[in-house]
Design a protein around this ligand. Sequence first.
Ligand code: IMP
Ligand code: MG
Length: 181
Amino acid sequence: MDFNTVHTLISEEELYQRIKELGEQISRDYEGKVVHLVGILKGSVFFLCELAKHITCQVTMDFMSVSSYQNATKSSGVVRLVKDLDEPLEGKDVLVVEDIIDSGHTLSYLLELLGRRNPNSLKLSTLLDKPDRRVVENVNVDYVGFVIPDEFVVGFGLDFQQEYRNLPYIGYFKADEEQAE
Ligand code: IMP
Ligand code: MG
């Protein structure tokens, strides 16, 4: 698959506009506080950078990496901590920044793990939400960029086998493209 087979789902302009709105909303909600952004590597990086630019409160940031055993144990939803945060969360107003919520296993795991570290508050944000695929129902996401259909998407940080993260827009592959041509 190359870049030509990727179709645009959300354009660069739409992404920037919506992320700006989210930044403004977060600035209102956290007025007078320091927002501690926790980015989930690597997919959230583009979203986090753009979002942080539109937050007018003080911002600090930290990063962590998790991985889910998707193929081997598809339905078990086991999530593994690959890289932990550098700093404690005690007393901080934490906003988790994710690229996409799919089954919900990752955010549900993070909510529990980070909640145990006594933050002052803990909220979740995601650029994309695929509600049709949700398995874990008790994950409440506070800030959602876009609700999307059940398509595998790439770009703006999201990958397919580690590639396509650098596409400046959100795209999807048309599965039957080759047969159609
Ligand atoms: P969940 O644990 O099933 O909610 O999955 C969340 C993670 O799966 C995300 O952080 C992504 O890394 C990955 N993921 C889910 N859907 C997609 C997609 O359409 N494209 C790229 N990565 C995806
Ligand atoms: Mg991810």
